[in-house]
Design a protein around this ligand. Structure first.
Ligand code: DON
Length: 304
């Protein structure tokens, strides 16, 4: 695996710095677009990496995957009364479908759907408790207590997040959100501001590749059917209006984040995390997606 990752690192060299760094969140606009890291966590729990694989970055929307698992574990199938599981075919922060679909977001990976998930994880408790359960999961499964929330990124987005505020208030008007809107938004901005490296992220997501079980310790992190369903939602919705393209080119359940990270799950094999800050129009890392395509070409890891 080390050789394969080194080959990918060498092959992406001419493509470093491609795409546009997210600039609608001021704290993310300062990140060097030439950074690139990749890591793979396998069945034995070992993590292999190349490039800037130890550098923490803002995981942004990748947090939605772990929040979905935690919320489903907490409230079960009733979550699906308030959020769908169909691809949206529109941008991650689009509001258009919400009006005609009575305030029910298409899926839990677009921003509006992720806020519904956050609302359920808060439930009757506090935003702090919901964030603690996210950090607890990520620290336990990455085997690294350094995983943290970057307060500067959270505040930067809170100051500029008018679109997300509009989505949340619009859903509130339909009765989709139970908690106070500002509390849900604060929780959402903070979950997006989790900072992790490729190594930490790949290791943390390993249970999704093994039917919800950490293959190293045998701990059942979530039910087998839940892990499979989360992977199915990632496959169909993980890259918003770029999900078809990602499935076509990479063929793995994946989740992008505007920090430039992509998490991809290889069922039965392991988890891959890649980071390169330049994004395509749908908010997926350009060089990151290319690196995944190269790795899948070498390993034949597409699920198809
Ligand atoms: O809500 C936002 O706009 C960001 N915190 C997260 C968006 C995101 O990562 C989209 N994914 N590629």
């Amino acid at each position: 695996m080390d050789e394969l990752l080194a080959e990918v690192l060498a092959e992406i060299e001419p493509h470093r710095g491609r795409g546009r760094v997210a600039d609608y969140i001021p704290a993310l606009a300062r990140v060097d677009p030439n950074r690139f890291g990749i890591a793979f966590a396998g069945r034995d729990g070992m993590v292999h990496g190349a490039g800037d694989c130890d550098e923490p970055f803002s995981i942004q929307s990748i947090s939605k995957v772990f929040m979905l698992q935690l919320a489903l574990d907490k409230v079960g199938a009733k979550l699906w009364d308030k959020v769908g599981r169909e691809p949206s075919g529109s941008a991650f922060n689009s509001i258009v479908q919400l009006e005609s679909e009575r305030g029910i977001p298409r899926n839990p990976l677009i921003n509006a759907g992720a806020m519904v998930v956050t609302d359920h994880l808060i439930g009757n408790g506090t935003m702090g408790e919901a964030l603690e359960s996210l950090l607890g999961l990520l620290r336990a499964e990455s085997r690294d207590e350094r995983v943290h929330i970057d307060e500067e990124v959270a505040h930067s987005e809170a100051r500029t997040g008018s679109r997300n505020r509009a989505l949340a208030w619009f859903m509130k008007s339909f009765g989709t959100l139970s908690n106070d809107v500002e509390t849900v938004l604060e929780g959402y901005f903070h979950q997006c501001a989790v900072a992790m490296s490729c190594r930490q992220l790949a290791r943390a997501a390993l249970f999704l590749a093994f039917d919800g079980r950490d293959p190293e310790t045998g701990r059942q992190v979530t039910a087998w059917h839940r892990a499979r369903r989360i992977n199915s939602v990632m496959m169909l919705c993980g890259h918003y209006d770029n999900s078809g393209e990602f499935a076509f080119r990479v063929g793995l359940p994946g989740k992008s984040g505007v920090g430039g990270g992509i998490l991809a799950i290889v069922p039965g094999e392991g988890a891959i995390a890649v980071w390169s800050p330049g994004l395509n129009a749908a908010g997926t890392s350009e060089t990151g997606a290319l690196a995944l395509e190269m790795l899948v070409e070498k390993t034949r890891w597409s699920v198809f």
